[in-house]
Design a protein around this ligand. Structure first.
Ligand SMILES: [Fe+2]
Ligand SMILES: [Fe+2]
Length: 280
């Protein structure tokens, strides 16, 4: 299947089943087309991005003992995964001249993001909440308008959001296990394993696209745009081992370990606006 056709289907189909349908493998990149910028992903009415601060925040850890609150957490994370999928599709359409290996790698990662979306939808449903019953935010999508080149994407989504998720997945796995919910915990562990590979993709393409004489973490910091900053690439409990596995340098890991911690309990859409100060 052509990569551009797959990206258009993900981004321009409002129906979830179309967005989450697999790409026919292997992907081909023979007609990448002209650059295309999309203001908003097509979504059905119940999954439109809500105004800032109207979507429910991530429940605080003590509340996640309640199944209904865990359902809200899965609902929020299903929307995060869906946005990741849409952002990746947007990057494929915006930068048709990016290397084919980069574009093919993105399509492979998108197949994980499809599964992650479904995994969270299924857990929310098991806990009594259907995806789309609550308002959803567009925080991750909002970053795409800042991308001027593929490296902007690399430093942001894989190396901030997915980097941070290396910690949040482990934090939530522990919280869900304490709540006796092994199925929710298992989802977080599975996503954590995939996320290591997604961060590795970011590290490898940063190394390929940055100036050769610039250290990885310096190139990353230099390219980040507000509100994304170093501390937004980590959670409260910093897991150095998964960064090592993903290929981050020791200097970079040290930089993250020293960065101010981003709390799990602060909802992303309430940590991002200039009014509330910068955060994830
Ligand atoms: Fe994911
Ligand atoms: Fe991911």
């Amino acid at each position: 299947m052509e990569i551009s056709a797959y990206a258009r289907r993900v981004l321009l189909s409002p129906e979830l089943e179309q967005k989450l349908a697999p790409c026919d493998m292997p992907p081909t990149d023979e007609t990448p087309g002209d650059p295309l910028r999309v203001q908003q992903p097509a979504r059905t009415s119940h999954l439109q991005f809500a105004a800032p601060r109207t979507a429910p925040p991530m429940p605080k850890p003590p509340a996640l003992r309640e199944p209904a609150k865990r359902a809200i957490a899965h609902h929020i994370m299903a929307n995060h995964e869906l946005q990741a999928l849409e952002v990746m599709a947007a990057v494929l359409l915006a930068f048709p001249s990016a290397p084919t290996a980069f574009r093919t790698g993105m399509v492979q990662i998108m197949q994980d993001e499809r599964r992650h979306t479904r995994m969270h939808m299924e857990q929310a449903s098991r806990l009594g909440l259907q995806f789309g019953e609550l308002p959803v935010n567009g925080y991750i999508w909002a970053r795409t308008s800042q991308f001027q080149d593929p490296l902007d994407y690399v430093v942001s989504l894989p190396l901030v959001f997915e980097n941070c998720n290396l910690d949040h997945t482990l934090e939530l796995e522990e919280i869900f296990l304490e709540a006796g919910d092994s199925r929710s915990a298992g989802v977080m562990r599975a996503i954590h394993r995939d996320e290591i590979e997604h961060v590795r993709f970011g590290v490898q393409w940063l190394q390929a696209m940055k100036p050769a004489d610039q250290p990885d973490h310096e190139a990353w910091l230099a390219k980040l745009q507000w509100p994304l900053q170093a501390h937004k690439a980590r959670g409260h409990q910093f897991d150095a081992d998964s960064r090592r596995t993903a290929g981050l340098s020791e200097e970079w890991i040290d930089c993250l370990a020293r960065a101010e911690k981003a709390g799990l309990t602060q909802p992303a859409d309430q940590r991002d606006s200039p009014a509330s100060g910068p955060a994830e």
